[in-house]
Design a protein around this ligand. Structure first.
Ligand SMILES: NC(=O)c1ccc[n+]([C@@H]2O[C@H](COP(=O)([O-])OP(=O)(O)OC[C@H]3O[C@@H](n4cnc5c(N)ncnc54)[C@H](OP(=O)(O)O)[C@@H]3O)[C@@H](O)[C@H]2O)c1
Length: 376
């Protein structure tokens, strides 16, 4: 992706990209599969930040989640955690804070980092996590790990917060609800394993069927056509506001039914602003709104008094903790908490501009769009 005038969306351009020799602690890699994520979409839209200008670079190679093959490692004679030939997951960490959480993301806003949308790349070996050699899962299944690792971290923080107020109540009495997306899907499967009732919205028959097959109560968001409304639009159009109130009442009736009148215990909301009123209003007392995303808007406002009196807890997370990566991988391998086989959609390297367009237009049925860079 190249730099451009401020405010203009960026275009993906294919071209030569050079990098220097392998430094000590770096590996030369061949990207195999990349996962298309909202952060690539944000970078192309130059919103909420322009990564070229924030990095001070003319061109940036995007793609920070995917599977690579290690071609060469410069260990300077020391043992390294990865070896030539290993297939590894790229951990998208640029700058870490003192606890191991990401402040800047690799191949996004962290300067001088090279992503997976290149035939060859080089990266710090500490960011490479080998896939188990005897894994039971396919490479496309592993290539979805970014949404799963993010969900793992967000879910554990949300559950921990909910438990501080609800003690040892049986989760089977409580509803965890999610707005659409692959992170929410993965998170609801953890909630289900923890014994909660789980439900999630989707906008197509294909996705509704997929949710049902995976044990999540599907909620067709087309039944609430005017639910999504940004507060900035709300005042201007009375008819629209009236329709919105109708969709909101229908949605609250549904969450009431699914929760036996208690409301949503934990709401996984990665959509944000236009659905925030519905999110807050459907929440139970002592409920948790948990998020790592703001797909449709990140400026939110609420009545602090109402939130305090309802004892709502708001959880905000980003990526996961680098030192937790091996544990999450091992949990995936051992437990089968993994994107179902065949649930990914794969684009060739030459089709990446089409993938960008299809994703931005919401035309991809799968929650897990992938691109292939080099053959296995
Ligand atoms: N901070 C982090 O570490 C991190 C990591 C991963 C993702 N994220 C963020 O989390 C968000 C979700 O990412 P994702 O990968 O799970 O999903 P995604 O691929 O971005 O898809 C989101 C889905 O939400 C649904 N949706 C979109 N607009 C909606 C609206 N106005 N009302 C209701 N549903 C709507 C659509 O599904 P349906 O049409 O089927 O409903 C859409 O496919 C993104 O903003 C992403 O940047 C953050």
């Amino acid at each position: 992706m190249a730099g451009a005038q401020a405010g203009q969306a960026a275009a993906l351009r294919r071209g030569p990209f050079t990098f220097g020799p392998l430094e000590e602690g770096e590996a030369l890699v061949e990207p195999i599969l990349g996962s298309w994520e909202a952060n690539i979409d944000h970078a192309l839209a130059r919103s909420p930040i322009d990564v070229c200008s924030s990095r001070g670079e003319d061109a940036v190679v995007l793609g920070n989640l995917g599977v690579v093959r290690v071609l060469q490692v410069n260990t300077a004679g020391r043992d390294a955690a990865v070896r030539e030939g290993d297939l590894c997951l790229l951990l998208p960490f640029g700058l870490l804070d003192r606890y191991g959480y990401a402040e800047l993301a690799y191949a996004y806003d962290a300067p001088h980092t090279i992503g997976l949308l290149a035939k060859r790349s080089k990266m710090d070996v500490r960011l490479l996590l080998p896939i188990p050699a005897d894994t039971s899962y396919t490479l496309p299944q592993w290539a979805t790990y970014g949404r799963y690792f993010t969900a793992w971290d967000n879910w554990h923080k949300a559950l921990g917060c909910w438990r501080t107020q609800v003690g040892d109540d049986d989760p089977a009495e409580h509803l965890v609800f999610g707005w659409g997306g692959g992170v929410a899907f993965a998170e609801l499967l953890l909630a289900k394993r923890a014994g909660f009732r789980v439900a999630m919205t989707a906008g197509s028959d294909e996705r509704l069927a997929f949710l049902r097959e995976n044990g999540i109560e599907p909620v067709d968001r087309r039944l609430f056509p005017d639910l999504s409304l940004s507060p900035r639009q709300a005042g201007a159009d009375r008819e629209r506001l009236a329709r919105h109130r109708g969709s909101l009442a229908d949605f609250l009736k549904l969450t009431d039914e699914l929760s036996d009148g208690r409301g949503v215990a934990i709401f996984v909301d990665n959509i944000g602003e236009p659905l925030y009123e519905a999110t807050v209003k459907s929440l139970a007392r002592e409920g948790v709104i948990t998020t790592c995303g703001w797909k449709a808007g990140m400026r939110l406002s609420h009545l602090r008094g109402a939130e305090c009196i309802s004892r709502h807890i708001h959880v905000n997370t980003h990526v996961w903790r680098l030192p937790d990566s091996a544990e999450i991988r091992d949990f995936q391998e051992a437990s089968g908490w993994m994107a179902p086989n065949g649930s990914t959609t794969l684009y060739d390297f030459d089709q990446v501009p089409q993938l960008a367009e299809d994703y931005a237009q919401g035309r991809i049925g799968s929650y897990f769009p992938l691109y292939s860079v080099n053959p296995l």
